[in-house]
Design a protein around this ligand. Structure first.
Ligand SMILES: [Zn+2]
Length: 408
């Protein structure tokens, strides 16, 4: 990227391994994090859209580590990842408190949930809280800390001073509103990058003799109008589903490695457990263990199939967002095939030749298309008919409805 948005991540990447082609199966916060923590596709963890709770029988990375004697803490920065949706499972300490003073989004209602505090928390306040937990950890046992940042997200509203760090001061201010939005988003990325630096620096001093394993992952990208859409969720183009994934652990993970084989957030939990030497058997991962790729140079799985699906939308959402029904996709090698039959013909892209997905090769590579269409159809069939996670119900709402005589 031409602008200096991620100096800290660039350094961490050079000191570790960067997966250039890492994917989320669903470019929406809840489903994507559920995949990260359970190594399951949405049908397995049940979070088909935000606001659903992870299925209880699906074990999480934090549960496995806690069971193995680790100290576990988490600080999340936005309501979609609140404990009520299952994300607190396995954490001894889980901070999902969002005081209005440190919120950056103005929302007080979300997906039908009424919020008591703010919707989110700025990254500097999140780092403070994460460091406070680290200070309380015992040196006698290893610890696992999950810190979630939410700043690079709509509304694009960086703290003062950060726009200057991502664009030359002398550069003329963007004339187009879209450019202005992109500069603001970049500035939020820069702010978050700085917070990651602060966190890792401090955490390093709290590391046990084994040193500090750092995994940096993003749950999805942002459209920024690349395919006519500003935010995320509604489609499966690269700018939404291709995510950041880097792993750094000096002495254990190869430094300076940049891998282009497609991998997924679905691989993170089994890979982390394998690196740490903690058995993942109770987890039933659907992803692959990439620890050998990170360590002594095993090759990434060849001809790997990675699947994508758009989050579930209600009919009302569909009308408001102009999205038609379900959308599924598959990536194999350089090929990506995406089908949303209610929206028109499928799309087939050769990502080596066309990383920006501008030329739909539908009907122009018939044998590849036929094979991927059949593979995808088969996979979709196996995802059907599984129980979905329940929509989490607010106990306060139940009390209120009971008072009004709506529920028993
Ligand atoms: Zn998100």
């Amino acid at each position: 990227y031409a602008h200096p948005t991620t100096p800290v991540l660039d350094t961490l990447g050079r000191e570790g391994t960067v997966f250039e082609d890492a994917y989320t199966p669903t470019p929406t916060t809840g489903p994507s994090h559920s995949t990260l923590f359970t190594s399951g596709y949405p049908a397995a963890h049940g979070v088909l859209k935000n606001g659903y709770a992870m299925l209880a029988e699906r074990r999480t990375l934090a549960e496995v580590l806690r069971g193995a004697g680790w100290q576990t803490g988490a600080v999340v920065s936005a309501f979609p990842l609140a404990a009520r949706f299952g994300y607190g499972r396995g954490f001894e300490h889980f901070d999902d408190e969002f005081p209005v003073e440190t919120a950056s989004s103005p929302w007080n209602e979300w997906e039908g949930f009424r919020l008591r505090g703010g919707f989110d928390r700025r990254g500097d306040a999140t780092t403070d809280r994460a460091l406070a937990w680290l200070a309380r950890t015992s040196p006698a046992r290893p610890w696992f800390l999950w810190v979630h940042y939410f700043d690079p997200h709509a509304p694009y509203d960086p703290p003062p001073g950060y726009r200057r760090l991502v664009r030359d001061v002398g550069e003329r201010w963007p004339a187009k509103p879209l450019d202005e939005q992109i500069v603001a988003y970049d500035a939020e990325v820069r702010f978050t990058d700085e917070q990651v630096g602060r966190l890792v620096r401090e955490a390093e001093t709290k590391g046990s003799s084994g040193g500090l394993l750092v995994v940096v992952a993003a749950d999805h990208g942002e459209g920024l109008m690349s395919h006519g859409w500003m935010e995320h969720g509604v489609n499966l183009y690269e700018e939404l589903v291709r995510t950041l994934l880097l792993v750094r652990w000096p002495g254990h993970v190869r430094a300076g490695q940049r891998l282009h084989a497609p991998v997924g957030l679905i691989d993170v939990a089994p890979t982390v457990l394998a690196l740490l030497g903690v058995p993942s058997t109770s987890m039933q991962p659907q992803g692959e263990d990439l620890s050998r790729v990170l360590g002594d140079g095993g090759a990434p799985p060849a001809n790997r199939l990675l699947f994508f699906q758009r989050r579930l939308y209600t009919e009302r959402d569909q009308q408001e967002l102009a999205v038609g029904g379900e959308e599924f996709g598959v990536r194999m090698g350089a090929w990506k095939y995406v089908s949303a039959s209610a929206q028109g013909p499928p799309e087939l892209f050769d990502l080596d030749q066309d990383p920006g997905e501008t030329r739909n090769l539908h009907t122009r590579a018939a044998d590849v298309e036929e094979r991927l269409a059949a593979t995808l159809q088969q996979w979709v069939a196996t995802q059907r008919g599984r129980p979905a996670g329940a929509r989490s119900v607010d106990p306060d709402d139940v009390a209120r409805l009971r008072a009004l005589g709506y529920v028993e």
